[in-house]
Design a protein around this ligand. Structure first.
Ligand code: ZN
Length: 189
């Protein structure tokens, strides 16, 4: 915990837009999905994408190989590699909520070679049926699938009862709670 707090104190880049919707009371994130000193995200729900598609999540930008952690306790429903999503992990949580983490790393660390394989994409033991604790590392940030030409990021989705909902208010909520913890910590040391 101390390491996380120290890391958060060093955060330099944060991009927020005002949140259009409240996060539900019945489900909260206990952890922000990236453990990093520099994170960038904004409310990009519904933004246009190729082929007339709409963005159904929040893109969270960090440097490649940043640990991606489970935002809450849950069970791994699926680990897969698709042409558009690249490597992804799907976790089922309580109250009908699921989180999806896409474009996980596919490169040998320090390169953009697309040859990292499973070892540098998904953390050991993350497989269908596995229990994951909030804050547990499940994977690493990358640019797999159709994210190859973009900056490394996690396309993060939140689903409720099988339908995607805007994860931004949930991300902003946990981010602000982690920042408040950091400030509290600084007043105590
Ligand atoms: Zn995205």
């Amino acid at each position: 915990m101390r390491m996380l707090l120290v890391a958060l104190a060093a955060i330099q880049i944060v991009t927020f837009q005002s949140s259009p919707a409240e996060a539900s009371e019945e489900f909260r994130f206990e952890y922000f999905p990236h453990i990093d000193v520099e994170v960038e995200f904004h409310n990009d729900w519904g933004a246009g994408r190729s082929g007339g598609r709409r963005h159904q999540g929040t893109d969270v930008f960090s440097s490649k190989m940043t640990p991606v952690v489970a935002v809450a306790d849950g069970f791994v429903e699926r680990v897969h590699k698709g042409p558009r999503s690249g490597y992804y992990v799907w976790i089922r949580h309580s109250a009908g909520y699921s989180t999806w983490y896409m474009h996980l790393n596919n490169d040998t660390p320090g390169t953009d070679d697309g040859r990292g394989g499973d070892e540098f994409a998904i953390a050991e033991g993350i497989e269908k049926g596995a229990f994951v604790q909030a804050g547990e590392t499940i994977a690493w940030v990358g640019d797999s699938g159709n994210a190859e030409p973009t900056r490394p990021h996690t396309h993060f989705e939140l689903h409720r009862n099988g339908r995607p909902i805007n994860p931004y208010p949930y991300l902003a909520d946990v981010w602000e709670r982690e920042l408040r913890l950091t400030e509290l910590h600084q007043t105590l040391v």
